[in-house]
Every structure is written in structure tokens, then in C-alpha cells.
Design a protein around this ligand. Structure first.
Ligand code: FES
Length: 180
């Protein structure tokens, strides 16, 4: 996924998932080798913080407190420092999300071109019902984000790392057909 949306995506996501399973470390085996390679590129270990967090999110779909603690231990910083970074960047999910995280731009230019209808169509057709709620089948979470930088192609939508332009409400079923 990418990651430029400026809405507080992580802050509004709610889900029926729970974070009560024992934490399985991400940085073992090949992932640990990758992290060690990354760390070598920076003068200080903490330089690898953003990609390390990204690795956690790729592995788990979101960055839990335990994930932050693991990153902190790997990079010799405090969990509080890591949390400060995670909560600053909206590209990090602070709560579990569905298999497909659908981000719809609803900033003014897209809003006037019908972005709210696009959001409504996604909410209805995914079964999410509400923004930030993961569908019962665990597949989808829909959130609104601010300008995705494609204002001339309203309404832009991101599905995980895929960037889709000119999505209208009547194209939503077609889009969802690609993400089952
Ligand atoms: S306002 Fe929607 S992409 Fe810029």
C-alpha cells in the first residue's frame, strides 16, 4: 500500500478482531535477515524504523502494541518512540483491518464529484455498513481519506496497494469483483 493518504485512518478503524492471541514475533528467519540488511543502510539502527514497521504491517495487516515493542527492541529505541511514529503516519494501521483495506478520497474536489456515493456503495456492497468497521467475513474495511493526489480522476480509491482512478458508485460492484 502506499501511502500518502492524510486522514487519520488508523484512528477510526474499528473491528471485531481482537488482539488477545499470543504475539508471534515477526523478525525471525528470513524477516530478521531482511531487517538486518535494512539496518546496515543507515548510520543508526533507528533509521530503519519506517521500513521495519512496514514489515510488521505486511506480515500482520496492522501494527499492534506488541509489534511496536518488537520493533523497538530490534532497533534499540523505546516502545513510546515507536508509538509516536506509528501514530503520526496514517499509513500504519493501528487496528486490525480486513483482507482488503479500501480507502476512498472524500476531500472537496472528489466530494463534489460524488465520492460520498462511492463510499456508500462500498459500505453497502461489502457488508461493512459503517466506516472503519470490518465486514463479518473479514474481507473488507472501508475508510475515507483525504486527497490522494488524483483530483482530476475522481473518485480515486486505494485497495491495499492498488490505486484505482475514476471510480463511480456504479463501478463499485466491478471493483469488488476483483477483490474476493
Ligand atoms: S481531492 Fe480527491 S484526489 Fe485530490
Amino acid at each position: 500500500m502506499s501511502h500518502g493518504p492524510s486522514a487519520s485512518a488508523g484512528a477510526i478503524i474499528r473491528s471485531g478482531h481482537h488482539d488477545d492471541a499470543p504475539y508471534e514475533p515477526v523478525f525471525v528467519g528470513e524477516a530478521k535477515v531482511r531487517l538486518d540488511e535494512l539496518v546496515k543502510r543507515y548510520p543508526r539502527k533507528v533509521g530503519a524504523l519506517l521500513p521495519a514497521l512496514w514489515m510488521v504491517q505486511e506480515a500482520r495487516g496492522w501494527v499492534s502494541e506488541a509489534g511496536m515493542a518488537e520493533v523497538a527492541a530490534q532497533l534499540d529505541v523505546t516502545p513510546a518512540y515507536v508509538k509516536g511514529v506509528v501514530t503520526f503516519y496514517t499509513m500504519y494501521n493501528q487496528h486490525p483491518v480486513g483482507k482488503y483495506l479500501i480507502q476512498v478520497c472524500t476531500t472537496t474536489p472528489c466530494h463534489v464529484c460524488g465520492a460520498e456515493d462511492v463510499v456508500r456503495a462500498f459500505l453497502d456492497q461489502t457488508g461493512c455498513g459503517e466506516l472503519g468497521v470490518t465486514s463479518e467475513d473479514g474481507r473488507y474495511t472501508v475508510i475515507e481519506v483525504e486527497c490522494l493526489g488524483a483530483c482530476g480522476f475522481a473518485t480515486p480509491v486505494m485497495v491495499n496497494s492498488d490505486f484505482l482512478e475514476s471510480v463511480s458508485a456504479d463501478r463499485v460492484a466491478d471493483v469488488l469483483g476483483r477483490y474476493r
